[in-house]
Write a protein that binds this ligand. Structure first.
Ligand code: HEC
Length: 120
């Protein structure tokens, strides 16, 4: 009698453990795909705000030559797809360094997820 109770308890524990894990993994995956805005914001402040301004308004740094940092709150940026934005930030632009080797794939997604929240 005692034994079967113990077995059942173990089984329940095992099954709910597995369930929890599955749910946890599902969340981690969907986050990795769309980018984490909070982490993106921290990255933006560290790497991008110097040029693009604290709010992404393009008011960070003025260059002597070439294009000024893009206003990331403008419709011309918010209309772009995530793929286009990733390409730009990976490859860089005149006056903007390429971020491919400086940010991981996940960091790029995070920072661009944040950029996409800047649109006014
Ligand atoms: C050294 C200055 C500088 C830094 C640092 C910088 N940028 Fe830029 N960025 C620019 C400039 C200048 C342009 C505009 C280039 C042009 O108009 O051709 C630009 C353009 C862009 C664009 C294109 C906007 C559009 O509408 O196509 C994106 C996206 C972008 N930057 C994202 C980022 C992100 C994300 C970071 C941080 C990881 C970052 N930038 C850091 C200078 C910078």
């Amino acid at each position: 009698m005692k034994r079967s109770w113990l077995l059942r308890l173990l089984l329940v524990g095992l099954v709910s453990g597995l369930l929890f894990e599955a749910v946890g993994q599902g969340q981690a995956e969907s986050k990795a795909q769309s980018g984490d805005v909070a982490r993106g914001k921290a990255l933006f402040v560290r790497h991008c705000a110097g040029c693009h301004g604290p709010e992404g308004g393009g008011d960070g740094y003025r260059f002597l030559r070439g294009p000024d940092p893009a206003n990331l709150t403008s419709p011309s940026t918010s209309k772009k797809s995530e793929a286009e934005l990733i390409k730009t930030s990976h490859d860089g632009k005149p006056n903007m360094p390429p971020w491919k080797t400086r940010l991981s794939e996940i960091e790029s997604r995070d920072v661009l997820a944040y950029v996409q929240t800047l649109a006014k």
